[in-house]
Design a protein around this ligand. Structure first.
Ligand SMILES: [Zn+2]
Length: 114
């Protein structure tokens, strides 16, 4: 059962129009899918942040890559209220990856010049 957005009465799930007041139900369905989209945005944004945190230690390469990938995926969600979360995860992923590369370069330099 769905509830008519206009008269708040119960309407059949498959109905396109309310049987009580005749309102088109498409608007209400659109809102529903919008909520779902926002929840998906929250999901991917949270994972981006988790990967970002994990990429500091101990899964630098794998988690940085996953963090960057999930950030790209999170960009698909327009008006995602959790975008800042994804952005922070992305920053952590890139930051730790650069830190790791810098560390590797330093090790190589030390080994070569020793
Ligand atoms: Zn109605």
């Amino acid at each position: 059962m769905q509830i008519c957005w206009n008269c708040k009465k119960e309407v059949d799930d498959l109905a396109r129009f309310c049987m009580h007041c005749g309102s088109a139900l498409d608007d209400r369905l659109f809102e529903k899918s919008d909520v779902k989209k926002t929840e998906s945005g929250k999901f991917i944004s949270t994972w981006t942040l988790v990967f970002g945190i994990l990429s500091i230690w101990p899964f630098i390469i794998v988690s940085s890559a996953l963090g960057v990938m999930s950030y790209i995926l999170s960009k698909k969600y327009k008006n995602n209220p959790y975008e800042n979360r994804a952005r922070l995860g992305f920053a952590l992923s890139i930051g730790s990856l650069l830190f790791y590369i810098a560390g590797m370069i330093m090790i190589i330099v030390v080994v070569v010049t020793a």
